[in-house]
Design a protein around this ligand. Sequence first.
Ligand SMILES: C[S@@+](CC[C@H](N)C(=O)[O-])C[C@H]1O[C@@H](n2cnc3c(N)ncnc32)[C@H](O)[C@@H]1O
Length: 258
Amino acid sequence: MERSEIFDIAHQRHPIAAPVAPERLRELIGWLSPSDGARAVDLGCGEGEWLQHLLLDHPGITGVGIDHMLPTTGARRSAERGLSDRVRWIETDAPAWSDGEFDVVLCVGASHAFGGLADMLGAVRRHLRPGGQALVGDSIWESTPSASALAALEVSADAYPDLAGLVRAFHEHGFEPSFGHVSTLAEWDDYQFSWTGSLVDWAVRRAPTTEDRSQALAAARENRDAWLSGARRELGFATFALHDVAAGPTGVTVARTP
Ligand SMILES: C[S@@+](CC[C@H](N)C(=O)[O-])C[C@H]1O[C@@H](n2cnc3c(N)ncnc32)[C@H](O)[C@@H]1O
């Protein structure tokens, strides 16, 4: 099975590919206030739940979802929601893509596509019109990571900041957070067990071949083991609505002091 197939199955019951509950997603999106005619982009959109809820809340705006492995479910759900004429889904490499400036830039759980947090924030700024809004979600450490967490996640301790470090990075890139949400353990468990549960259900009930069944079960076990043997309670996730404050109120860029 292709990795993309495993991911599509794993997200069947949790279309938000991040440890964020649907009501928290809607609350975070509620902090964005694009005017009619605004354009939004979702970098590393996955099924595009963030972008779709932004479009549902603001009937006068349009959006673009960018992902290098676009799941078909995003386009299907946006059609069911009557959004097809206001959204474009583009399958491409996000760091290499550009289409002018956007009023809102979304990037949740996709900083790895840009090589990490700092480069992702740089990309968000490049796509954002001066004075625009962004919504960014990324991994943090909830506590100093243990050796078992680092081994389970196959990262070094400096792979992620703590919550204060994440906010510092926003400031360093000229953003001021308005609302923030730190994912709870319940949101993490729901995300992780939906991920593995969807794969196990599919493997047992619907896999067309024994090889597919074995692969899906192996992927579920590997993910669950990594979660339970280290990452749980140590790996965190935080999502913030951000204002670009490097620009003045008229959209004129203000020189920042070094
Ligand atoms: C953890 S998922 C988050 C998806 C979505 N933002 C959400 O919160 O539901 C990360 C997404 O980034 C996408 N991605 C990773 N590398 C990428 C790249 N180089 N260009 C575009 N998308 C990329 C993956 O395909 C995946 O859909």
